[in-house]
Design a protein around this ligand. Sequence first.
Ligand code: ZN
Length: 307
Amino acid sequence: MSRTEVLLVAGTHGNEINACWFLNQVFKKSELQEKYSFNISTVIGNPLAFEKGVRYIDRDLNRSFSSRLLSQFSQSREYEVKRAKELIDLYGSHSKKPCQIVLDFHSTTAAMGTCIVIYGRRSNDLALASLIQSRLGIPIYLHEGDDEQIGFLVEKWPCGLVVEIGPVAQGLLDYKIIRSTSTVLETCLDEIQKIKNGDFTFPMSLDIHKHLGSIDFPRDSDGNINGIVHPQIQGKDWIPITKGQALFINSNGEEKFFNFDNMPESVIPVFINEAAYLEKGIAMSFTTKEQLLFEKSWSEDFYELLA
Ligand SMILES: [Zn+2]
């Protein structure tokens, strides 16, 4: 029987500092860890970026875990590619401390509240996410089918969830965000402990927000942004919109509306005006809500992982 190891990561983006503060100043000094029968490790994902107060040094660490980049790490001059390899060497399946579960704590400038992000439909992720949703009622954003956005940290571990909490500015400590971080973290650890104790109930279903796609800001012929997020939608993450909803407004007061052939009549916008996504050409993403019936294989795989 292998020992269950849980890895808590904060500061994968160096300017998302609330979870870093919580882990360093509260969690590590508390006796909370003794409540659990499994091992918990904590790490700052991108320590150099955290020290400098920036998102990353050379490239986004949370897009640096693709097989292509990792296979080229010895030739790479990019700090984050080397750091990605280092984290796998420290906590991956062939390391001295192989972790089965990773929780990667982020913050967002968008008014997302607290949500969990999962990448693809891995049974372990769905099992843990459904336990957390049944306790806290928070949205689960299922990111899949976007070839532009790959190489996420959590995908390199057998079970991995991203926790996104907002709104908070980059580099700003905010009591509410720290308190939400603490709540989600403790809930995750409690649920893992219940599985270890054999004392748990999985819900019948899981509500997910499936990623449909992202859109860029309107731009002029030189590529400059010439329309900003419309005040009617700013801060309205998770609130459904339909065709005709104003999305952007330009300097003349002209509006651009939600009206895309490749989107359904009604969608749910998320990450609206997320500051860090400006460089990715993403003004907001669209999702659609679906209910997944809980499958027995999810819980079976999850017990096996934690056995
Ligand atoms: Zn982040």
